[in-house]
Ligand binder design. Structure first.
Ligand code: PLP
Length: 368
């Protein structure tokens, strides 16, 4: 039996009755765009996060773009982020007309290193996009302090950290705005594309809510040039159903991560979690010097794994024009060569997890 990296079918099967009913109801309501279904999800998600407002949007990439743009990021600005993230983080910055500037990471946790971040600040820096990678919180206190001193906007890319916390504070509520993706594989995932922006700033929420729907203030009046980046009502309904389960899923992820930690200690580099982070484990990522050989071995054993991410953004052809050379982000580049994401999803069984551990142990033994 193959063990996948993520099992979206098992996730669906676990709540199939509820989901099928919710879909049927939505189809019967014939309300597919905006309306009460989207508003209900926005209220529930804001309450779950503990933010004053949530605005449903089409996907996580648009969440970051709309948030950055509403915070004033535009042509000529620099925005500091990391290169070990999904390309969407940087794309959203580029789409605002700004330039992404990559800071190196704390190698233990794989999130942005505040000291390196500060070294990259220039008079043109407008904002910081913190990526809580794999679900591990960035070290927000020093980041907020740098932002305060240098007058920068802090935007949180929360695509991987639903339910994660920093010193007890829910991720997404610490900076000016938090940007979530509900891509199907995420901790809270739709059955298609979806996303949300959360903030305590009502004016900012209103601006984003308007922009995502053609800048409209009424059916036929637009106050600004917007776009169509709305959250689909069917996905909103599905997400409202799934939201009631997400705390249990996060607990399951954390239990599985703890079992991996215990079983894999001494075999591969297991994830370090700072004591200030409540880690929801979107990904369980180990480090191995012979990563590619380990991945090949696991794949041959029928175990799906992933690399998040094999090509840092400064080495992507899409960002070659930035002229950031190999060697300029040494910790990011080393991580890209060594990280390996293991199967982790709430329905992963003990037996499946034992097979993953056994296959890794076998690889380590064979390597001597
Ligand atoms: C998934 C992801 C995104 C993009 O989200 P989409 O919903 O796929 O557009 C952005 N940033 C990070 C860190 C992600 O993991």
């Amino acid at each position: 039996m193959r063990i996948p990296l993520v099992d979206l079918v098992a996730g669906y099967e676990s709540i199939r009755g509820e989901i099928d009913r919710a879909i049927a109801e939505t189809l019967g309501s014939a309300s597919f765009i905006m309306g009460p279904t989207v508003a209900e999800f926005e209220r529930s998600f804001a309450a779950w996060i503990g933010a004053a407002r949530a605005v449903g949007v089409a996907n996580g990439t648009e969440a970051v773009r709309l948030a950055a743009s509403a915070c004033g990021v535009g042509p000529g600005d620099e925005v500091i982020t990391v290169a070990n993230t999904f390309i969407a983080t940087a794309e959203a910055i580029t789409a605002c007309g700004a330039t992404p500037v990559f800071a190196d990471i704390d190698e233990a946790t794989h999130v942005i290193d505040p000291a390196d971040l500060e070294r990259r600040v220039t008079p043109r820096t407008k904002a910081i996009v913190c990526v809580h990678l794999y679900g591990h919180a960035c070290d927000m206190d020093p980041i907020l302090e740098i932002a305060r001193r240098r007058d920068l906007v802090v935007i949180e890319d929360c695509a991987q950290c639903h339910g994660g916390r920093y010193k007890g504070r829910t991720l997404g509520t610490i900076g000016r705005v938090g940007c979530f993706s509900m891509f199907p594989a995420k901790i809270l995932g739709a059955f298609g594309d979806a996303g949300a922006v959360v903030t305590d700033d009502a004016a900012l929420a209103d601006a984003i809510a308007r922009t995502r729907d053609h800048g409209r203030i009424s059916k036929h009046e637009s106050a600004s040039v917007g776009c169509n980046a709305r959250l689909d009502a069917l996905q909103a309904r599905i997400l409202t159903v799934k939201l009631a389960h997400v705390d249990g899923w996060i607990e399951a992820r954390r239990r599985l991560a703890a079992s991996y930690d215990a079983a894999l200690a001494g075999l591969v580099g297991t994830p370090k979690v700072r004591d200030w982070a409540f880690h929801p484990f979107y990904m369980y990522v180990v480090r191995a010097a012979r990563r590619d050989a380990l991945q090949a071995h696991l794949e041959a054993e029928g175990i799906g794994c992933g690399i998040h991410y094999p090509i840092p953004l400064h080495l992507q052809r899409a960002y070659a024009h930035l002229g950031v050379r190999r060697g300029s982000l040494p910790r990011t580049e080393r991580a890209a060569d060594e990280v390996l994401s293991l199967p982790l999803y709430p329905e992963l069984t003990e037996a499946q997890q034992a097979s993953v551990v056994a296959a890794i142990a076998e690889f380590v033994r064979a390597e001597g």
